[in-house]
Design a protein around this ligand. Structure first.
Ligand code: PMV
Length: 356
């Protein structure tokens, strides 16, 4: 008997970044990270499971028309992950899945985090096993999109680095230790947890899209390459203080304390990328234009702080009273193709219309 399930999961924007992996294929980070779960930017996935069948099928659903077969590059990691979910659920059979984002694919907007969280949840349910949020977090990051671990929860989320964390990347004997991680019992876990609810602090995220196209270097490759930066170790040393600042800023709803750390983390993410060998340049002229506008808004007294992921687009985090002005000013810039107005939001949900 065929079973089907539909789930939606949110994207998230990191305040303290996951940047540099100790095992990129399994989504095991070298450092803890903290993020805000988004509300508007989400992925929806419908999974059908046909017990006993074989040959999984991956489809992309658009705004209109029936879902179409996904390009090979998109489908490949999804197919691997579906088999992992089937093993976890103890089921044998064939999946047919369709996914859809509410925001541009591969625009440096963590589409893989929400995508793999939604896929994992829908596929596990279709295969007959309901994951707890913790199980979803741990299973989703094994897709290789580590930040999917944080999309299992709403509000503000911390993802600890796990047992071998803090190991120097140059002295990583841990590589061998995690290299034999299986999918079953006893495998290493790296589970995120919610540190504050979405209701705790109404933060807004005005996302200035300067380039909706795919990013120049996928984050999977960047997680490896940034270890070659001479500034990788110095950033790791700064992280305990930054994590503490961000936890305290969230607990006290202290925007003045949050904004400087946000920005330092975003600068360092790109600084490590630019100083890697070979270098990765995600910034464009549009990025710089947006950052100039954010500085102008701040000089006028607006409560704003910016961050970025592995791409050229800028997330301007602000308090609700500044959102209208920020969105208007950024939207009027020549370099900005579109603006997404997002906010802190809940975790995975079950209310999406089925895609199949
Ligand atoms: O989740 P991944 O493996 O695609 O890595 C992306 C990590 C960043 O988005 C660049 C930073 C973060 O912590 O979300």
């Amino acid at each position: 008997m065929e079973r089907a399930a539909t789930a939606s999961a949110p994207a998230n924007i990191a305040f303290v970044k996951y940047w540099g992996a100790r095992d990129v294929e399994r989504g095991l980070p070298l450092n803890p990270s903290i993020s805000m779960t988004l509300s508007v930017c989400r992925s929806v996935c419908t999974a059908e499971f046909h017990p006993g069948g074989s040959g999984d099928e991956v489809l992309l659903a658009g705004e209109d028309g029936p879902p179409r077969p996904a390009p090979r590059a998109f489908a490949a990691p999804v197919l691997v992950h579906l088999q992992r979910v089937a093993r976890w659920a103890g089921a044998e059979g064939r999946f047919r899945v369709a996914t859809r984002n509410t925001f541009p694919l591969s625009a440096g907007l963590a589409s893989s985090a929400s995508g793999f969280a939604a896929l994992t949840l829908a596929a596990a349910r279709a295969a007959g096993r309901e994951p707890s949020p913790e199980e979803l977090s741990d299973l989703a990051r094994r897709s290789g999109s580590g930040s999917a671990a944080r999309s299992a929860f709403g509000g503000f989320v911390e993802w600890p680095a796990g047992p071998a964390a803090g190991a120097s990347p140059t002295a990583r004997g841990s590589e061998a230790a995690v290299g034999d991680e299986g999918e079953g019992e006893g495998a290493e876990t790296a589970v995120a947890r919610r540190i504050a609810s979405p209701e705790h602090w109404d933060l807004r995220d005005v996302i200035a899209i300067v380039d909706p196209g795919p990013k120049q270097v996928p984050s999977r490759e960047a997680h490896r390459r940034v270890l070659t930066s001479p500034y990788f170790e110095p950033r790791l040393a700064l992280l305990p203080g930054r994590l503490e600042e961000v936890r305290a800023a969230i607990a006290d709803r202290d925007f003045g304390r949050l904004a400087p750390v946000l920005e330092s983390e975003a600068v360092d993410l790109h600084f490590l990328a630019m100083s890697a060998r070979p270098p990765i340049h995600y910034w464009t002229a549009g990025t710089v234009e947006v950052l100039g506008a954010v500085e102008a808004l701040r000089a006028e007294g607006a409560p704003v702080g910016w961050t970025m992921d592995a791409g050229p687009n800028v997330h301007v985090i602000c308090l609700p009273e500044a959102e209208e002005e920020v969105a208007g000013r950024l939207g009027a810039l020549g370099a900005v193709r579109s603006v997404i107005r997002d906010r802190v939001g809940p975790g995975p949900r079950d209310d999406a219309e089925p895609l199949l």
